[in-house]
Structures are given as C-alpha cells and as structure tokens.
Ligand binder design. Sequence first.
Ligand code: SF4
Ligand code: SF4
Length: 169
Amino acid sequence: METLPSLDPAPNQRDATLLCTSCGICCAGDLHGAAVLDSDEVPVAERLGLTVRSDGELRFELPCPRLSGSQCTVYPDRPRVCSRYKCVLLQNLEAGNIALEGALHHVAVAKQLVARARADAPGESEQSERDLALMNRKLQWAAVRHYFDKFFRKPAHPSHDQGASAETP
Ligand code: SF4
Ligand code: SF4
C-alpha cells in the first residue's frame, strides 16, 4: 500500500516553538532594550499596555509587560516585530546547526547568568563592600553580554536596542 505523507508540522517548527516558549529572553529586556513598531501599530500597542516611545523610530520598551514567565500573554495580537524576530540561537536551531537540547542549554545558562547579575546589586553596606559589589556586578553583566553576543544576537540588531549593555551600571 502507498504510504501517505505525514501531516505533522515540520520537526524544526516544533523545536522552534518549544525553544521559544521555554525562553522569552528577547522579551525580557536584557537581550534588547526596545523593539521597533510600525506606525499603524501604535494604538494596538498602547492598548496592550506597551510603553511606546519615538526617538526617530517608533519603539516599545522592553522588558515587555505582557511577558509572563517565558511566554507572551498577547500572542495573537503581538506586534509584527515579535513574530518576525529570530535570535541567532533560533536561526541556528532552524538551520540544523544546533540540536534542541543544546539550544535549551544555552537558554538555561543565559538565564542563570542574568539572575546572578541581578542578584549582585550593591546593598546598604560599607563603601568598600559597595565598590566590590559594583565591580562584581559589572563583571556579571559583562559575562551576560558576552554570552548573548556569542549565542543569541549579532552585535547590532537593526530592529532592537541592545539590552544588557544598558543594564550595566
Ligand atoms: S531569545 Fe531567541 S530562542 Fe529565546 S524566545 Fe527569543 S527568539 Fe526564541
Ligand atoms: S508582545 Fe509578546 S512577543 Fe512581543 S515583546 Fe511582548 S511578550 Fe514578547
């Protein structure tokens, strides 16, 4: 008997969805600080609660208030840039250059680095301790930037601000 072709979605597409729904890093404000909007999207973006700004180009600020955990809560209504955007890691997954397990590992490491950098904020302590904490924090954010540049983004993405650099004190 003739074998019918499978109607399953392409494995690459399944893996891409699994990766992004486990990640959300591009919405969280550390990888990029803002994302571009088309002018006709402003009313919808404002209705979604996004903070829109215009500095020569229309953008909404990240972290996005519609991110919950690692997932978008307004997925069907999200701006076009969100549906178009593919970080370098996702592009490599789709191209077959990395397996899903490897890509998920990079997401986990990146999230750990960000969490550590955020946790190292200087508190109310002696000046010398504050100086040390500040230096440590700068090193932690440098590690975040390095990891993002290596696995997630090209040095300057045309549609997004760089994020982690803006976070560095
Ligand atoms: S950073 Fe990349 S892998 Fe993570 S959600 Fe965004 S596009 Fe997907
Ligand atoms: S609208 Fe959704 S996909 Fe776009 S930045 Fe916000 S959480 Fe991410």
